[in-house]
Ligand binder design. Structure first.
Ligand SMILES: CC(C)(COP(=O)(O)OP(=O)(O)OC[C@H]1O[C@@H](n2cnc3c(N)ncnc32)[C@H](O)[C@@H]1OP(=O)(O)O)[C@@H](O)C(=O)NCCC(=O)NCCS
Length: 163
């Protein structure tokens, strides 16, 4: 699978991940969001051109107390963090369980880490229990009081050298 920015040349009509809102978004809206620079969308494509999965990223801010809760609420000097939103990540039903989602997620995290304005956290919605399992497995944890949203910090160990 190669992973590349979504363009009008990609054939999106046959993609089915099983979550209707994700499928509808990909077929009907993703192209417009890319054109208007509202989201960065990447497609996982097989050699013959078939799309097996996609992910969409947008920028966001997140309140630190929402992530951590408790005493940090009092001590944080930086209550709002820059974050990225993994608005969608999906794999076509016919290609599930072959590691494609894990590869797509790793690609998304690598792109974010490589950004000069690297976000500090990645946020994702949890639409169902399969997604919860997948995200937890990948190191995400639920927000303190929003069980259907998850986040993962994006620290880069190599930056400690610059401190
Ligand atoms: C969630 C989703 C992306 C997983 O796709 P996938 O291609 O089957 O996932 P992978 O094969 O890459 O699996 C990655 C890991 O998650 C685990 N996993 C994925 N789906 C799982 C499920 N339903 N139940 C248990 N484990 C699951 C796999 O066992 C694997 O673990 P491993 O690395 O130890 O083998 C896919 O089910 C999907 O597209 N769902 C609909 C869209 C959706 O809900 N997206 C939200 C995700 S943020």
């Amino acid at each position: 699978m190669r992973i590349e920015p979504l363009t009008q040349a990609h054939e999106r009509g046959g993609f089915r991940c099983g979550v209707p809102s994700f499928d509808k978004y990909f077929r009907a809206q993703a192209g417009r969001d890319v054109a208007k620079n509202l989201a960065a969308i990447f497609a996982g494509v097989l050699p013959e051109g078939k799309i097996v999965g996609y992910y969409a990223l947008s920028s966001a801010t997140v309140l630190l107390p929402d992530l951590l809760g408790g005493p940090q609420r009092l001590v944080s000097r930086y209550p709002a963090l820059t974050a990225a939103r993994l608005t969608r990540l999906a794999v076509d039903r016919r290609h599930r369980g072959q590691g494609y989602a894990a590869v797509l997620l790793a690609d998304a995290l690598n792109r974010l880490r490589a950004s000069p304005v690297r976000p500090m956290a990645v946020i994702a919605e949890i639409p169902n229990e399969a997604a919860r399992y997948f995200l937890e497995h990948a190191g995400f944890q639920s927000f303190i009081d929003q069980p259907n949203r998850a986040f993962r910090m994006l620290q880069a160990a190599q930056n400690r050298e610059a401190a």
